[in-house]
Design a protein. Structure first.
Length: 119
């Protein structure tokens, strides 16, 4: 069973940066696509970014392109989301999820980490 634990959330001012981590245990991430979702209060869950199982493809939501970067460290069995130039509308609970493909993530979920962008 793959288990995912997010960390790195917090309160940051607009324009600031945060790096979220998603640490996996139980299985290695090598064979999984893994991505980040977010959900703000009163809004639907939104896909933010995904790293394919092959490692050859990354995808981003238009709202975060050029500001967020997803990366994975297979040696550490961890996926990261570097978030720069944060905006108040990035405020949400961020979740990592794993699956066979970026289009069908959701077999495994973390518990989420809160990101709040506010002055």
């Amino acid at each position: 069973q793959l288990q995912l634990v997010e960390s790195g959330g917090g309160l940051v001012q607009p324009g600031g940066s945060l790096r979220l981590s998603c640490a996996a245990s139980g299985r290695t991430l090598d064979n999984y696509a893994i991505g980040w979702f977010r959900q703000a209060p009163g809004k639907e869950r939104e896909g933010v970014s995904c790293f394919s199982a092959s490692g050859r493809t990354t995808v981003y939501a238009d709202s975060v392109k050029g500001r967020f970067t997803i990366s994975r460290d297979n040696a550490e069995n961890t996926v990261y989301l570097q978030m720069n130039s944060l905006k108040p509308e990035d405020t949400a609970v961020y979740y990592c999820a794993a699956g066979a493909y970026c289009s069908v993530l959701g077999d495994y979920w973390g518990q989420g980490t809160q990101v709040t962008v506010s002055s």
